[in-house]
Design a protein around this ligand. Structure first.
Ligand SMILES: Nc1ncnc2c1ncn2[C@@H]1O[C@H](COP(=O)(O)OP(=O)(O)O)[C@@H](O)[C@H]1O
Ligand SMILES: O=c1ccn([C@@H]2O[C@H](COP(=O)(O)O)[C@@H](O)[C@H]2O)c(=O)[nH]1
Length: 212
């Protein structure tokens, strides 16, 4: 039988809006199924600049990402080919030397702040989700997370937020909301939205004969 195209779900929204939580909530609904999560963060460009210069890069601008590589690798997975995904290390603001080998799956969740900003990437997605969380809540979440997990000081987080994160959110990320099929307020704890998405994904899996 001919291999059916996998389902691709794009999950976007501002930093700390709850994209990862939504993606994981969907992932958990399909435990035992053939599914993978692909984070756009892994595709931040490699840089030869010194650390002090790398700290100052605007990581919320589409130019910070190696989008052709993400596009190529997503296309490969859709075509049924495995990929060696890059690994990004936030603590050093650079790509690490490792790669992660990923086999193709029936359901692919692509998650990241700017995945809907690129038309060619959008064309690869069956369902596009925008996680919409107020700026103040996102800042609070980001401060907590970046101090705990990304090795940042409060002053660094605030400086970066005011200089690049906030203006770029309004310039590049928020305008991509118009491309979303579904807008999910507040993220991963929105069980109704997660249930609706899960039901839709199951329906597409059945349509394509991808059920176990
Ligand atoms: N609904 C929520 N209520 C409270 N905290 C949340 C909620 N959703 C996410 N968080 C927390 O906020 C931080 C960012 O969430 P995450 O899902 O990683 O966002 P993103 O992937 O959009 O950056 C994490 O520390 C997470 O635990
Ligand atoms: O070296 C880096 C690379 C990225 N960032 C910030 O990460 C967020 C995107 O990740 P989320 O998990 O969606 O929050 C983006 O806003 C960048 O500013 C960074 O600080 N340093």
């Amino acid at each position: 039988m001919m291999r059916q195209k996998p389902i691709v779900i794009g999950v976007t929204g501002g930093s700390a809006s709850g994209k990862t939580s939504v993606s994981r909530a969907i992932f958990d609904q399909f435990s035992g199924h053939s599914l993978l999560l692909l984070a756009q963060d892994a595709y931040y460009k490699k840089s030869d600049l010194p650390f002090e210069e790398r700290r100052k890069i605007n990581y919320d601008n589409p130019l910070a990402f190696d989008t052709p590589l993400l596009h190529d690798q997503l296309e490969s997975l859709i075509a049924g080919r495995a990929i060696d995904r890059p690994v990004y290390d936030y603590t050093i603001h650079n790509r690490s030397a490792e790669v992660v080998h990923m086999a193709p799956k029936d359901v692919i969740i692509v998650e990241g702040i700017l995945i809907l900003a690129d038309e060619e990437l959008r064309k690869l997605m069956d369902i596009k989700v925008y996680v919409d969380t107020d700026d103040d809540i996102r800042v609070i979440r980001r401060i907590r997370r970046d101090m705990r997990e990304r090795g940042r000081s409060l002053d660094d987080i605030i400086g970066q937020y005011l200089q690049t994160v906030k203006p770029s959110y309004h310039q590049f990320i928020e305008p991509t909301k118009r491309y979303a099929d579904i807008i999910v307020p507040e993220g991963g704890h929105n069980t109704v939205a997660i249930d609706l998405l899960t039901t839709k994904i199951r329906a597409i899996l059945a349509e394509r004969g991808l059920v176990d």
